[in-house]
Design a protein around this ligand. Structure first.
Ligand SMILES: NC(=O)c1ccc[n+]([C@@H]2O[C@H](COP(=O)([O-])OP(=O)(O)OC[C@H]3O[C@@H](n4cnc5c(N)ncnc54)[C@H](O)[C@@H]3O)[C@@H](O)[C@H]2O)c1
Ligand SMILES: N[C@H](CO)Cc1c[nH]c[nH+]1
Ligand SMILES: [Zn+2]
Length: 433
């Protein structure tokens, strides 16, 4: 039963807090299962990958082999229908163009005392790109992962994608070819994340793992963080739509179900000040669910994690609710969208106005669809070029500028009781006896 909360009800805050908290905590059974799967891959390498792939994806990796050859990727591209090829190319070009604007600048300057400071950006040596493939397949996620990596200049891209029952959507392979990826493995879930982090006989480890996935993938990324870098927690999809009385309930219902169809654990929430719109949207959801091919998944996620929040004053109340939910996607389907924007601080991506369905952002908008979920938008951002680069600071002193900084450095070193630190300055500046 979908949650329906009115902000005028006395227990609203308590029930809203429960909704927010429910999104944060990963169930212990998922945490425990992932921990033992990572340990198994560390201990037994490819053999563990074969075993888990048999169990979860119902296919025999020992027969197929782990890798998908570049020739297979190229053949998939060549065999693709022209309209699908063109759509992938449009997506590629728009994503690339947008992400090029994120390339950061190096900096180097001399300050007032002649000290030279700066920073330099360098691409990571290698990245693992997780492309989900359990319940649906995601050629778009291949591009969202790979294009910013290419823009950043990462030399080694390793893609993993589960192929349940050995079946793979040719568009996924074709997108990999288009993006210039040459190293692809048919594995998914926590076991794929573990293989990328620790390596196996077949797979050389990477330095960072990026990309979206279900609860097991998101938890595995969280657990290997530190051994490798990760982009963010990008788990089951979420959308919050803030809508005024003028919004179209049929459009809103479609947008709520577009996220709900990703996963039983997805979450779709409507915030409105119009009781009539709330009712009409709920009706439209039911009508659309009845004819939706992925209706079972969507119905379950709408019933278990969906919510309608009815407020008295949209402009005053909605921003605080959104900031607490920190959703992956936020749609502002209201006339006051631009005016509301400054008050919104926590959201992975914001889609402004009635004519900006989130689904366009999933494919060809140009911005990235790999976005923080589970309230991680309070502290992290969507995938971008900077995720594939690191910044190194630079400092260069002359005899003169060192002399000017010697006294405060030695004073602070003494305050910390660190004789060696003081000495390394003193020996250069005659500051020790
Ligand atoms: N946040 C984002 O940016 C973003 C973008 C796209 C998709 N998504 C999300 O990605 C997810 C894709 O999920 P999916 O399931 O289709 O594909 P997936 O590739 O993420 O997961 C499939 C894998 O999960 C593992 N698995 C399944 N059941 C398991 C179990 N009981 N125990 C252990 N492991 C298990 C299996 O190894 C399987 O290969 C959805 O949740 C979708 O909402 C998020
Ligand atoms: N909405 C997803 C992110 O939560 C991304 C996606 C890919 N394809 C369709 N949708
Ligand atoms: Zn989507």
């Amino acid at each position: 039963m979908t949650l329906f909360l009115r902000s005028t009800e006395p227990d609203f805050q308590q029930r809203f807090d429960a909704l927010v908290q429910g999104r944060r905590d990963q169930p212990h059974d998922v945490q425990d299962a992932v921990r033992s799967m990572i340990a198994a891959v560390r201990e037994r390498g490819d053999a563990a990958l074969i075993e888990f792939t048999e169990r979860f994806d119902h296919m025999n990796l020992a027969e197929t082999g782990l890798a998908i050859a570049p020739e297979e990727l190229e053949a998939a591209w060549n065999g693709l229908a022209p309209d699908l090829k063109a759509a992938l190319q449009t997506a590629y070009e728009r994503i690339e163009k947008h992400h090029r604007r994120q390339i950061p600048a190096d900096d180097r300057y001399a300050d007032a005392i002649g000290a030279e400071l700066g920073h330099r950006w360098t691409p990571l040596d290698s990245v693992g790109l997780y492309v989900p493939g359990g319940k649906a397949s995601y050629p778009s996620s291949v591009l969202m992962n790979a294009v910013p990596a290419k823009v950043a200049g990462v030399p080694r891209l390793v893609m993993v994608v589960p192929t349940p029952k050995g079946e793979v959507n040719p568009a996924v392979l074709a997108a990999a070819h288009l993006a210039g990826i040459r190293e692809v493995y048919r594995i998914g879930g926590a076991q794929a994340v573990a293989a990328l982090a620790y390596g196996t006989e077949t797979i050389k480890p990477v330095v960072k793992i990026v990309g979206p996935g279900n609860a097991w993938v998101a938890e595995a990324k969280r657990q290997v963080f530190g051994v490798v870098g990760i982009d963010m927690i990008a788990g089951p999809s979420e959308v919050v739509a803030v809508a005024d009385a003028k919004a179209d309930p049929v459009w809103l219902a479609a947008d709520l179900l577009a996220q709900a169809e990703h996963d039983e654990a997805a979450q779709s929430i409507l915030i409105t000040d119009s009781p009539a719109l709330a009712e009409a949207t709920a009706k439209a959801v039911d009508a659309q669910l009845a004819v939706m091919p992925r209706g079972v998944i969507a119905a379950k996620s709408w019933a278990d994690h969906g919510a309608v929040l009815l407020v008295s004053d949209l402009a005053k109340e909605a921003p605080a609710l959104v900031n607490a939910l920190a959703p992956e996607h936020l749609e502002l389907a209201c006339d006051e969208a631009e005016a509301m924007l400054p008050a919104i601080r926590n959201a992975g991506a914001i889609f402004i106005g009635h004519f900006t369905p989130e689904a366009v952002g999933d494919y060809v908008g140009g911005s990235n669809h790999v976005l923080p979920t589970s309230r991680a938008a309070r502290f992290s951002s969507g995938l971008g070029v900077l995720d594939y680069m690191k910044r190194t600071s630079l400092l260069k002193l002359s005899r003169e500028s060192l002399a000017l900084l010697a006294a405060p450095t030695m004073t602070l070193a003494e305050a910390e009781g660190l004789f060696g630190h003081r000495q390394s300055v003193a020996v250069r500046t005659n500051g020790s006896d």
